[in-house]
Each structure stands twice: as C-alpha cells, then as structure tokens.
Design a protein around this ligand. Structure first.
Ligand code: ZN
Length: 162
C-alpha cells in the first residue's frame, strides 16, 4: 500500500476506500475480537447489503474496525486476533458474490470509537511510517471528498513536534 492510498479521502463519511486488486490480503489493525465475520454473501442487490462480506473487529483500544466487500473471510465470529493477523482478502468487483455495493475492486475500512466515526487515514499512515498513533486521537473530519481534506503527513509531523 502506498502512502498516497493511505491518505485518500472517502466519498461520503469518515472512512477509506483503498483501491487494491481483488484478493489482496487484509489484516487486523490492532489486537481485538472478531464480532462479525460474514462470508458466503450473494450478489448485491438482494443479498448481504451494501457492505457485502464483512469483518468487524472490536479492538482492545475500544475502537470498532469494519472491513467491507471482502472476497474471502479467514476469521470467525468470537475469534481473538492480533495486530497484523490476516482477516480476509479484499474484493469489490461489481456483481461478484459478497462484493456488496461497489463500483470497483477496493477495501472499505471504517473506524468508530468514543461515539465518533474516525478517519482511518492518520492511523494507516502512522502504521506505514512505523509509529502508530492512538486510534482515538484520529479526527472525524478531514477525510471526506468534497470537504477540506487534511494533509495527514503534515498532521502527523505536527503531533510529533508539539
Ligand atoms: Zn467506502
């Protein structure tokens, strides 16, 4: 995953859509418990809803991580996962079983904590750069298309030098 991908804003609410080929391994962001692992979803519309095959992880950090449009799910509900553990394969090919509502292959990732939807971009970028932030420090704005977008690299730099 490139830094540019990690910084992209989302179309309509705080989240991210990573444009990656179908079958790209996807991993738990933090230690946690799988609370939803939905596989075998059929073709959208009519089966599985917008998210398609879904993995939801309740992190030990109290943040809920939701992965959508998966072409394969490799964890089960109730399972404990460790940061970096594979949870599935990306999907999102329109019309494919489990893809949900999608316009092309991608991973949808959203985060919710402290009653807020959080921008995943600064967490992903900080993981890529080798020093993960506290996910609850992520803001709820600055990651939506059509609104002022945050330069996340500069945002991270500012946190370090403050
Ligand atoms: Zn999305």
């Amino acid at each position: 995953m490139t830094v540019a991908l990690a910084e992209r804003p989302h179309h309509d609410y705080p989240a991210t859509d990573l444009g990656v080929p179908v079958g790209t391994p996807t991993f738990a962001m933090v230690d946690g418990t799988v609370t939803t692992a939905t596989s075998g979803v059929g073709v959208y519309p009519g089966s599985g809803g917008r998210c398609g095959n879904t993995v939801i992880i309740e992190g030990v950090d109290t943040v809920r991580y939701t992965y959508c449009h998966l072409s394969a799910v490799t964890v089960t509900t109730g399972e404990s996962v460790a940061a970096g553990q594979q949870v599935g394969l990306t999907g999102g090919q329109p019309g494919a079983p489990g893809a949900g509502n999608t316009t092309g292959p991608h991973l949808h990732l959203s985060m919710r904590g402290s009653g807020r939807t959080l921008c995943p971009q600064p967490l992903m970028l900080s993981i890529l750069l080798g020093s993960p932030i506290n996910p609850l420090a992520a803001p709820s704005s600055g990651c939506i298309s059509g609104q002022p977008n945050t330069n996340w690299a500069a945002w991270l730099d500012q946190r370090i030098t403050q």
